[in-house]
Write a protein that binds this ligand. Structure first.
Ligand code: ZN
Length: 504
């Protein structure tokens, strides 16, 4: 079909521009000298302008109209046209003035947030946050929605997700895991810690952290011929095609979990991108289908595999040999309990498997409330602290450690947080589905066999790229819609054992 080829050629070039911009931004975070920022900002703005012009070229609209009959097909071409239309409509729905106003407001909000966080001064950020939510409400109107304005924002990160569905999943998750957290806290209060956590802050030489982290990443399938790891202040994964995966990590000599679990987390993201059907390269179908599905893969590698006892039964001797001094006299059991410490704390990014989702629920509830108008920006510090008290039993001593801790809102990323928890839930649902087909996965991890898990994910998730929506992936790969049940069961079993709880 001639028009299809024309569209494919054009969007291939759009994809090339996106890839080039990603190279520049990866380099900015890893190697660029500080003063390079002034040149880089110009270069990236120019590339982004050309990218936007090409991605919104009216001839795309004409081609898409002619190719509409293909959209119902479950074929490469059908999926291509469906996703291309979604992207095109998204790019063209906002008037140019709105895009410019947003970009200016984000810039100002980001600077104000940095200042506000530094001095723990919410008042300084407040008018900017008002503005970001006003823009979010207008964005939802431009994008359009059926049931709830928040659906329009969610859709940017988790296509097809609905506010009502997430509310009900989160309610389930909250009702079932809050008693677990309270039981753990009560047990620790009554009988003390179950492990010596000072192990975590001992000195683990950086070279060993790097070698060990990458050795395991390679067992997950991450090979130097298509991937590399570098250092950045905030770890991330990016790619410029399925055969050029870049992960970054942060190293802390006195807290090895940061680099170790961080490396495997980013490896999960990287293997997803690498596993997409090569035919989708340079098309709208390349790349993971959503942030939530992406996070299911990173959490799988980081937690379900990397923090499992079975995994460490195989890797423990090697780890001890790599770090003979800090690991001297440490048993496998002590180590396992230390890396799975449950601790209600203030900061989301450092949260464990049990408390993490409460940090997310709190943000989700606040975002929905602000969008609906049922809560006001000026009351946020108070609301934040009250929710922290309800969920985790801790109250931030300052707004810097509370409502001001995340960069997201200052960057206009509203509708994003929920995807972290959706990813957690999906990771266990996928794991269970894989286990049904492959047999006991822990038995495999005990022998160091990680490949079958990764291959199953490739077959059922990775290869599809963006061809299917997240809820379609959940249904196809696990045989049921995404829910909280599998995750709740996983948490209860794992942490009852670690903390010696009964009747949970
Ligand atoms: Zn991630």
């Amino acid at each position: 079909m001639k028009n299809f080829e024309a569209l494919k050629h054009h969007l291939g070039q759009v994809s090339d521009l996106g890839g080039a911009a990603s190279v520049l931004s990866w380099e900015q975070e890893t190697y660029m000298p500080a003063k390079g920022a002034e040149h880089r900002a110009d270069q990236m703005a120019t590339l982004s302008l050309i990218h936007h012009q090409m991605a919104t070229d009216p001839k795309i609209g004409v081609w898409l109209e002619e190719l509409k009959p293909l959209e119902g097909e479950d074929t490469f071409e059908g999926a291509f046209v469906r996703v291309a239309r979604r992207n095109y409509e998204r790019e063209t729905k906002f008037p140019a003035e709105f895009v410019e106003e947003t970009s200016r407001a984000q810039n100002a909000a980001h600077h104000a947030w940095l200042e506000a966080r530094k001095h723990s001064d919410f008042k300084h950020f407040e008018p900017h946050l008002e503005k970001m939510f006003e823009l979010a409400r207008r964005a939802a109107d431009y994008l359009g929605f059926e049931d709830h304005p928040y659906d329009a924002l969610l859709d940017l990160y988790e296509p097809g997700a609905k506010t009502a569905h997430i509310k009900s999943i989160f309610a389930d998750l909250r009702d079932q895991t809050l008693p677990l957290l309270k039981a753990i806290q009560a047990k620790v209060a009554a009988s003390g810690d179950v492990a010596d956590y000072s192990l975590l802050s001992r000195k683990f030489p950086l070279e060993g952290q790097k070698t060990f982290g990458l050795k395991v990443a390679q067992r997950f399938g991450l090979e130097p011929e298509f991937a590399r790891q570098d250092v950045s202040a905030h770890p991330f994964c990016t790619n410029f095609g399925y055969n050029d995966i870049r992960i970054t990590t942060r190293f802390d000599e006195h807290f090895f979990p940061t680099s170790l679990f961080g490396t495997w987390h980013e490896t999960g993201h990287g293997m997803y991108e690498h596993g997409v059907n090569p035919q989708y390269n340079r098309t709208p179908l390349a790349g993971g289908t959503s942030l939530g599905v992406h996070e299911s893969q990173s959490r799988l590698f980081e937690n379900l595999v990397g923090r499992s006892k079975a995994f460490w039964e195989f890797h423990f001797e090697d780890f001890k040999a790599t770090f003979p001094e800090p690991m001297n006299g440490v048993t496998l059991d002590e180590f396992y309990k230390a890396i799975n410490r449950v601790q209600a704390d203030l900061i989301r990014v450092e949260a464990d498997e049990v408390t993490y989702n409460f940090h997310v629920m709190l943000r989700f509830e606040i975002e929905v409330g602000l969008l609906e108008g049922s809560i006001q920006v000026k009351d946020l510090p108070e609301i934040w602290n009250a929710k922290m008290q309800d969920y985790l039993g801790v109250v931030p001593p300052s707004d810097a450690l509370g409502v001001l801790q995340d960069v997201h809102w200052s960057a206009g990323l509203i509708g994003y947080f929920a995807t972290y928890s959706l990813g957690n839930l999906l990771s266990v649902q996928l794991y269970n589905a894989a286990q049904l087909e492959l047999g006991n996965l822990h038995d495999q991890y005990r022998k160091g066999e990680l490949a079958p898990t990764v291959e199953w994910m490739r077959k059922n998730v990775h290869q599809h790229g963006s061809r299917y929506l997240p809820h379609e992936i959940a249904q196809m790969a696990t045989g049921k819609p995404l829910g909280a049940a599998d995750y709740v069961k996983y948490l209860k079993e794992k942490y009852s054992e670690i903390y010696g709880l009964e009747g949970i």
